[in-house]
Design a protein around this ligand. Structure first.
Ligand code: GDP
Length: 424
């Protein structure tokens, strides 16, 4: 049984918490795309953890965590994360890394920085973790798979050829120090030794697990609107954020994904540049940002303040549709208890016409939000375990959103902890 947990919006919807919770009944948790550029925050009995590369299931003894072939694997970041988790008192996680996963090279991180510097004001707001240069190289066929670390001779040959190419850019385009083959080889040999204990043919492992009816969770990073095909291109990430890609990035048959749990936050937040129709500003935004998430809406990786907005039904309906949603997990609802009224974006006005279909980027930039305003519930809903016990206005908000997006809200998260969940 394979389930995917993915985001409907711009990321930071609380996927980490939902995955961590569902991992209680999972045998495997698999990361299938993205890299160390985004993060999940998880709160459990061992403390509060910001994970960037490790899947959210690592805190259970009975789950095996998998880094799939679709991931951008930053080996030092990966190893550092394991070390931190263990140092904070959690048991040593069981982890397998795909032998086909590709490696974020030190120069990918540099090129990410240099390119953002070059673009200046026109930059993408990259987290500078090397993700865009990494995926560019992967598809230009000059990336390095984990398996390649184990053949020194071939590795050297390829490193020489790649360095030659990179150095032309470094010298003439960016005017930065050049790469040295021997230094890079030394680093890669260190990487090999660091990663060796974890390497496996994970697609074989997962096929066997499917045969044995094990529960496999695919954990997505970011959300639909950051997908390179279906998102707000070019202000997107460089790997697909859709559940469908889980089949490719984990190496399993597409028809095995039986459930798609799309995580949708009860208000909006986004990082990086790009159109954000229901964005709010000033004191209104500051207050939501301060109260948001668990300790404020600031990036788990970068610490930068997130852009804030009201719930966007147009974006979320689309976000759920492109994921192939079977159920929605509606999160961080507890945060909204302070509001007298809750504006909800129910349409986009573009050139005088209102639509509820999420448009392409060129039109999105012209869209103005159409709001409906719902009454607030003005109380703290944390600790409530039953849907019927939620205040009436809170239920009305949930049911209104459900009607607008057209997908069933099956879980409501009313706090950051594992148990702060209401099933419907
Ligand atoms: P992800 O990347 O989608 O996993 O999202 P984040 O890790 O950025 O999660 C958002 C933040 O919200 C984290 O700090 C979570 O601990 C927190 N969080 C998740 N669900 C809830 C919730 O229902 N209520 C509150 N208050 N915080 C939550």
């Amino acid at each position: 049984m394979v389930k995917a947990v993915v985001g409907a919006n711009w990321g930071d919807e609380g996927k980490g918490k939902i995955t961590d919770m569902l991992a209680e009944k999972a045998d495997f948790v698999v990361r299938f795309q993205g890299g160390a550029n985004a993060g999940h925050t998880i709160v459990n009995k061992y403390g509060k953890f910001a994970l960037h590369t490790l899947p959210s299931g690592i805190f259970y003894d009975h789950t095996t965590s998998i880094i799939g072939n679709g991931v951008a694997l930053d080996i030092p970041v990966f190893c550092k994360e394991i070390q931190t988790v263990v140092e904070q008192g959690a048991p040593m996680p069981k982890i397998l890394v795909s032998n086909r996963a590709q490696i974020v090279m030190p120069y990918h991180v540099l090129f990410d920085q240099y390119e953002e510097e070059r673009l200046g004001k026109k930059s993408f707001g990259s987290t500078k973790s090397g993700i865009a240069p990494f995926y560019s190289d992967k598809y230009a066929k000059i990336g390095f798979q984990v398996s390649e670390l184990f053949d020194d001779e071939r590795l050297l040959e390829k490193v020489e050829s790649v360095v030659e190419k990179k150095n032309v850019l470094l010298e003439h385009m960016y005017h930065k120090p050049l790469l040295k083959v021997d230094e890079l080889m030394t680093t890669l040999r260190e990487y090999r030794d660091m990663i060796a204990p974890y390497v496996a043919d994970v697609s074989v492992v997962l096929h066997q697990a499917i045969k044995e009816d094990k529960v496999i969770l695919l954990e997505g990073q970011l959300g639909t609107l950051k997908d390179p095909d279906h998102g707000i291109y070019p202000m997107v990430t460089s790997s697909s954020t859709l559940a469908a890609y889980g089949a490719i990035g984990a190496g399993i048959p597409p028809y095995e994904i039986k459930e798609v749990i799309t995580v949708c936050k009860a208000y909006s937040s986004a990082v990086g540049a790009g159109a954000f129709v229901s964005e709010i500003f000033g004191e209104e935004a500051d207050e939501l940002r301060r109260r948001g998430g668990d300790g404020g809406e600031y990036g788990a990786t970068t610490g930068r303040p997130r852009r804030m907005g009201w719930f966007d039904c147009v974006a979320s309906k689309y976000g759920c549709r492109m994921q192939g949603t079977t159920g929605v997990a509606f999160t961080v609802l507890d945060v909204l208890g302070y509001l007298d009224e809750l504006p909800v974006c129910v349409g986009y006005e573009i050139d005088g016409e209102v639509t509820t279909d999420f448009p392409v980027t060129t039109l999105l930039e012209k869209a103005k939000p159409v709001y409906e305003v719902l009454p607030g519930w003005k109380c703290d809903i944390r600790g409530i375990k039953k849907y019927e016990e939620l205040p009436e206005n809170c239920r009305k908000y949930i049911e209104f959103v459900e009607e607008q997006i057209g997908y069933p809200i099956t879980m409501i998260s009313n706090g950051p902890g594992r148990d702060d969940i209401i099933y419907r």
